[in-house]
Design a protein around this ligand. Structure first.
Ligand code: TYM
Length: 335
């Protein structure tokens, strides 16, 4: 059986980009009985970027409720919080000790932070960078390798991390002489790629340009209306290429519907009309799960129970496997 695994960092409210890039494919995979899916809330990862306990706590509840509201099949899929599986940070240490520092120097997230410092004229290129950010890819490698995941569905921005997980896994295998780890592959759905946000840049919590998935209807409409467009008037033919409204529409619509919309662009649909269409189209798909989401947000006991059960299932795999890995490194029991 193929093991599929992915996580989402619990620092923000799930947005349309997370949905299209990560949550929707995961929900589909959760129903596929030929797969063993592992999905988790990456709450240890959250501490890398966010030291506001309330924000992290809120985000974990929101993300858990989102996945469940959208119909995650938790009979088949193992759904858990990273911080409920202590084997993950334990494995992180074993991996840290075989990971070359030079590999971490090349990680995009770290390099971007160094570049920001240099651009800001900071004398210390590492100013404000924690060891958490620096060794982030090792924690992520542990997430993946601990469950011997074959396939890791992610957005483009995460591909490097999966490659690093392979490198790190290979290195452990080589040093301790065994085929301990399956080497994971990133799965990037080219049809969706990266969804853009309100300002036309990649939709991201860090750009503050997101459209939350379950925003109440009124606010949701307002946000859709705020999506940036060019200044072409109704009646003037428009390009679909590079248009955020079209991009979001086609990420939700069928190929046929997108084609029809392309026609309407050529015929000069006005931006006001297009925004109305987009809002109505999304709202029709999201209103029912939005209600379920509200219900789940009001029932934390239920959600907690689901996550506890998930953690138990995750650990039933992780505990014996970690024992084996520790033994390979000389940390087994005496007798
Ligand atoms: P995170 O939380 O930043 O994003 C979660 C997933 O959503 C994808 N994504 C997008 N896809 C399309 N359009 C967008 N605008 C968009 N924004 C985000 C991301 O590529 C990602 O797949 N480090 C990871 C979480 C993680 C993880 C893991 C993933 C921790 N451990 C192990 C896989 C396996 C992260 O920060 O993703």
């Amino acid at each position: 059986k193929t093991t599929v695994l992915t996580g989402i960092t619990t620092t923000g409210t799930p947005h349309l980009g997370n949905y299209v890039g990560a949550i929707r494919p995961a929900i589909e995979a959760s129903r596929d009985r030929t797969l063993t899916p592992y999905f988790f809330l990456a709450d240890f990862h959250a501490l890398i970027k966010c030291h506001e306990p309330d924000r992290v706590a809120e985000s974990r509840r929101e993300i858990a409720a989102t996945w469940l509201a959208l119909g995650l099949d938790t009979e088949n899929a193992v759904f858990y919080r990273q911080s409920d599986v202590p084997e993950i940070p334990e494995l992180t240490w074993l991996l840290t000790c075989v990971t070359a520092k030079g590999l971490m120097n090349r990680a995009h997230a770290y390099k971007a932070s160094v570049q920001d410092n240099l651009d800001a004229g900071d004398r210390d290129p590492d100013a404000g960078i924690t060891m958490g950010l620096y060794s982030y890819p090792i924690l992520m490698a542990a997430d993946i390798l601990l469950f011997n995941a074959n396939k890791v569905p992610v957005g483009r921005d995460q591909i490097q991390h999966i490659e690093m997980a392979r490198d790190i896994g290979q290195r452990f295998n080589h040093i301790f002489g065994g085929d301990f780890f399956t080497l994971p592959e990133a799965v990037v759905d080219d049809r969706v790629a990266v969804l853009n946000g309100l300002d036309g840049r990649k939709m991201s919590k860090s750009y503050n340009n997101t459209i939350p998935l379950f925003e109440p209807e009124k606010k949701f409409r307002k946000l859709v209306n705020k999506i940036k467009t060019n200044s072409l008037e109704p009646g003037e033919p428009k390009e679909t290429e590079g248009c955020t409204l079209f991009q979001i529409y086609s990420a939700f619509a069928s190929a046929e519907e997108s084609e029809q919309m392309r026609q309407r662009y050529a015929e000069g649909i006005g931006w006001g009309e297009m925004k109305k269409e987009l809002f109505e189209y999304l709202n029709a798909q999201l209103s029912q799960p939005r209600e379920e989401y509200q219900r789940l947000m009001a029932d934390p006991g239920y959600v907690e129970g689901v996550l506890q059960e998930g953690a138990e299932r995750a650990r039933s795999y992780a505990t014996p496997f970690l024992e084996k890995l520790k033994a390979a490194a000389g940390l087994g029991r005496f007798v």
